[in-house]
Design a protein around this ligand. Structure first.
Ligand code: GLN
Length: 390
């Protein structure tokens, strides 16, 4: 039978991020592909979730999340992000950052509306925008430091533009937007009456530049949807607890959409994240330090095997280029590395407006336990010998 698939999924497939992750699991390799963040979650987080199960927190929660969680999010938004948000009206919790991004898109975009996205981009942003029939318009950021041109950004704005999407620290580039860049974007958004949607899920993972939330800047304050979540900060990517901070009118609709799509984020896990958000500042400082060690380890390894890594300022990914001709293309490179030394990566083309731009790049995720990352690095060093001798 010809199954009646919707046009909107015709060109949508399993992401390369997941594809190489699944292949890696099959062969028992080390997964530097999907950003699964397979490190232990803090005990306090696990204990609180277990306690919530024992306490029978088993029913649907408020459609924007439990009050305790919205309260600690409001406190964190004030102290860490510099954003004042009313937990009763301006904060909505849903099933992960991907879930809340989808709710924000459904709550504010109509088919044909245009959304500006910086390239390279996180493919889930772009594919979700496709699912709501929005048109993505790309603005380039350029390696090695991922600068962009404000003129190009301004020229990308049309009468149909509704959003500018920011992802800082960025997946996959590791770019951390500076306050000056964000102030320029905020001024443009104000002038053109656009919403800013900023995904800040890696906000605690920065190395040399501080994280800045655009939503705290005066031009952006009343036109920004700030998205974040628990996945990366507490190493619980499968728990699916994410949130948005938005103007009340938008936040209400995000909550309504979330209710219709998923009803709520898993109740006991929301309690677990409340405990996480009460961890002392030292937890976050230690995490950033730990990632810096891991970043430097992968940078050194990639250089040793003649890759050219674009050293990230934040997040836990690194894009690295290989010399053209060393592999046929990025997919061949990914397959070869997985087959020869059992390390999974993601082909660079998965992240670019023009796939050609990523043809000689791979993304490596270094959110691993130290021993696993060391193992991956040892294996990659063997690849160096392999490809040099063939
Ligand atoms: N954000 C993670 C990544 O980019 C995981 C995403 C996913 O599995 N969809 O790898």
């Amino acid at each position: 039978m010809n199954y009646p698939l919707a046009d909107r999924v015709a060109s949508l497939q399993q992401s390369d991020i997941r594809r190489f992750s699944a292949w890696c699991a099959e062969i028992g390799g080390v997964n530097l592909s999907q950003g699964v963040c397979d490190q232990p979650a803090p005990d306090a987080v696990k204990q609180a979730a277990k306690q919530a199960i024992d306490d029978d927190h088993a029913i649907y929660t408020h459609m924007r999340g439990i009050a305790e969680l919205r309260q600690v999010i409001a406190e964190k938004m004030q102290s860490f992000n510099g954003i004042t948000a009313d937990p009763e009206a301006q904060i909505a919790v849903s099933v992960g950052t991907a879930g809340i991004f989808a709710c924000a898109a459904m709550a504010t975009l109509n088919p044909g509306d245009e959304v500006i996205v910086f390239s390279p981009y996180y493919s889930y942003h772009v594919n979700l925008l496709r699912l709501v029939d929005a048109k993505t318009v790309f603005v380039e950021t350029h390696p090695p430091d991922w600068r962009f041109s404000m003129d190009e950004l301004e020229n990308a704005v049309t009468d149909r533009t509704r959003w500018i999407v920011i992802n800082t620290p960025a997946n996959p580039s590791g770019k951390v937007f500076s306050e000056k860049e964000l102030a320029d974007i905020a001024a443009l958004a104000k002038r053109k009456n656009l919403l800013i949607v900023t995904d800040e899920i890696y906000e605690y993972i920065t190395y040399s530049q501080p994280h800045v939330s655009i939503g705290k800047l005066p031009d952006a304050a009343d036109r920004t949807i700030t998205i974040s979540g628990a996945s990366k900060t507490y190493a619980v990517t499968g728990w699916r607890v994410g949130y948005a901070v938005a103007p009340a009118e938008i936040c209400d609709k995000i909550g309504v959409v979330s209710d219709h799509l998923a009803i709520c984020s898993p109740a006991p896990l929301q309690y677990g994240i409340v405990a996480g958000m009460r961890l002392p500042d030292s937890y976050y400082a230690d995490m950033a330090k730990d990632y810096l060690v891991k970043r430097d380890m992968i940078v050194e390894t990639l250089r040793a095997i003649d890759f050219d890594p674009y050293v990230p300022e934040g997040s836990y990914y690194i894009l690295a280029a290989f010399e053209k001709g060393r592999f046929r293309d990025d997919t061949h490179a990914t397959e070869t590395i997985l087959e020869e030394v059992g390390v999974a990566t993601v082909p660079g083309s998965a992240f670019y407006r023009d796939p050609e731009e990523g043809r000689n790049q791979l993304r490596f995720c270094y959110a691993k336990q130290l021993a696993d990352l060391e193992e991956a690095c040892n294996r990659l060093r063997k690849l160096g010998a392999y490809t040099k001798s063939t």
